[in-house]
Design a protein around this ligand. Structure first.
Ligand code: MLC
Ligand code: AMP
Length: 485
């Protein structure tokens, strides 16, 4: 067994000697100081029935911040549950993660003891308010399990240690000059890396204030004074279409885009409107943020910059050789470093397919690197992993869901280019001619929204007489992507 130092993640929440602010954390208009958050988070941790993982219904609320912080301070793994997930997906996350209790409102598919989440210290009886923090667990212990889609099957639990989160955040602090003097604003979901781990937990580690705007709308961003704004490209595309909101962000220190490719015209338009060249960064649930442009360095539209902190990258050709750093030759991007995940929960074989014994992780993304070490993400190897609005969605899970409808004989799900969402989920379905109508299309969309989650619903259904297949019977999705409309 390897020894490991105690975790120091969430330093600014552990160490109350650091400067505090009455509105250190604001979610949708409700605020806590860090001292206040620490008190209720520790009280929440003390209520947990055992050391088992805690499933947290991760709405964008102060309760989510308290529950997640409380688990991390208590050294208990936390499992954020997407609030828009249907009963089947919720049940999968709760069961697969082995969660032993539930922090959130009653929910179909969840049969676990509920732990109430306090947000006001005075509401917690004095006897239930520990004076001190629990002893920190080892850095190598699991901090969080984030569920994310693969090309097929149900979402997989990505296991991240306290060390992965800490080193990932400290790398970004270095790249972005992110300090306790910053105010971070965003309105992203609190069940993924971007909104939860970077926006909220990153701030609680580095001591910046964080303001969650409820929704990531241009108006909400414009109305929230901050030094650093986080957004997925869809958010920035919408800001670029709202000149007044965009101009309101001119006084920021950094505007940061990530989770999907930022279109170059959006980068250019925002430069015109705000005077800012956006910082672009690339990451994955499995890797934290591994590449970024720098606060004090070049920002090149369409490029995601240099390795962050202790992250290392390499680009491999199909034959396994490293590709030249010429800014043109495309290779498979691999990443190593202490910010990597420990594996997919309960899936050792799937983990071994992507995470080698040498510590290199195959991202599934294709990239080029130039002589200065600048990276550009070219695309993904598989068309079956779709990024829509910054959400990662597996074509396979949607196809499986749709095939449960008796009318759907065959189906292929694709991510088609979309100006707003980056990719738009389109389901190509083979059904009997008499079934092919708007009512069935609407029912298919509703079925996915209810069965999986709202953000995984197809935005469009196209009825087709057949799907193109090769001699082996495999659907030729790349051919379908080449055929317009
Ligand atoms: C939402 N709606 C629902 C619903 N859920 N209606 C019925 N049932 C439900 N379950 C409604 C909303 O209220 C809203 O209505 C409308 O549907 C649209 O919802 P939306 O999903 O908010 O808007 P949309 O335009 O589809 O989404 C754009 C978006 C969203 C940018 C807001 O895609 C988003 O939040 N993306 C962020 C994804 C993300 O954080 N990814 C990071 C992954 S981590 P109305 O009427 O109010 O408009 C990662 C690592 C890294 O990638 O590198 O960062
Ligand atoms: P997720 O696990 O949701 O973080 O999704 C990770 C995937 O998002 C990566 O494998 C990339 O395909 C994509 N991605 C994240 N950031 C960027 C970026 N800046 N540019 C292009 N693709 C990105």
């Amino acid at each position: 067994m390897t020894s490991s130092s105690p975790t120091t993640f969430l330093r600014a929440l552990r160490d109350l000697d650091l400067p505090d602010h009455p509105e250190a954390v604001v979610v949708d208009g409700r605020a806590l100081s860090r001292a206040g958050l620490r008190a209720v988070a520790v009280a929440f941790g003390a209520r947990l029935p055992d050391a088992g993982p805690v499933a947290v219904f991760a709405e964008p609320t102060l309760e989510t911040v308290v529950a997640v912080s409380g688990c991390l301070l208590a050294g208990v793994p936390v499992v954020p549950v997407p609030p828009d997930a249907g009963p089947a997906e919720t049940a999968h996350v709760v069961t697969d993660s082995g969660a032993t209790c539930w922090a959130g409102p009653p929910r179909e598919g969840v049969d676990l003891p509920v732990v109430e989440v306090p947000t006001v210290a005075d509401d917690v009886p004095a006897r239930d308010r520990p004076d001190d923090l629990p002893a920190p667990v080892a850095e190598t212990e699991t901090a969080i399990v984030l569920y994310t889609s693969g090309t097929t099957g149900a979402p997989k639990g990505v296991v991240l240690s306290h060390r992965a989160l800490r080193t990932g955040i400290e790398g970004l602090a270095d790249a972005w000059g992110w300090t306790g003097h910053d105010v971070v604003a965003h309105g992203l979901p609190l069940f993924h890396t971007h909104g939860l781990v970077l926006g909220v937990l990153g701030s609680l580690h580095l001591g910046s204030r964080v303001v969650h705007t409820g929704r990531p709308t241009p108006q909400a961003y414009a109305a929230t004074p901050a030094t650093v704004y986080f957004g997925v490209p869809t958010v920035w595309t919408r800001v670029a279409r709202d000149p007044e909101a965009a101009r309101a962000l001119s006084g920021a220190r950094l505007l940061v885009s990530g989770s999907a490719p930022l279109p170059v015209p959006v980068f250019e338009r925002l430069r015109e409107l705000t005077g800012h060249a956006l910082v672009e960064r690339y990451g994955m649930t499995e890797t934290m943020i591994t590449l970024s442009t720098r606060a004090d360095g070049e920002r090149r539209p369409g490029w995601v910059g240099l390795p962050v902190g202790e992250a290392r990258t390499r680009l491999r050709a199909e034959d396994g050789h490293e590709v030249p750093a010429d800014g043109e030759t495309v290779g498979r991007l691999e990443v190593s470093g202490p910010m990597l995940f420990d594996g997919y929960l309960n899936l050792p074989e799937t983990t071994a397919e992507v995470l080698g014994p040498d510590g290199w992780f195959a991202t599934g993304d294709l990239a080029v690197v130039d002589a200065d070490g600048f990276h550009r993400i070219v695309g993904r190897e598989s068309v079956d992993l779709i990024k829509s609005g910054g959400y990662r969605i597996g074509a396979g899970e949607i196809e499986t869901s749709l095939l449960a409808l008796p009318e759907v004989q065959e189906v292929a799900v694709l991510g088609l280019p979309d100006e707003d969402l980056g990719q738009r989920i389109v389901a190509y379905a083979v059904v009997a001619p008499e079934d092919a109508d708007d009512a069935l299309a609407a029912r298919m969309v509703e079925h996915v929204a209810a069965d999986l989650s709202w953000h995984k619903r197809p935005r469009e259904v196209r009825f087709v007489p057949s799907l193109p297949r090769n001699a082996m019977g495999k659907v030729q999705k790349k051919l379908m992507l080449d055929v317009p409309g």
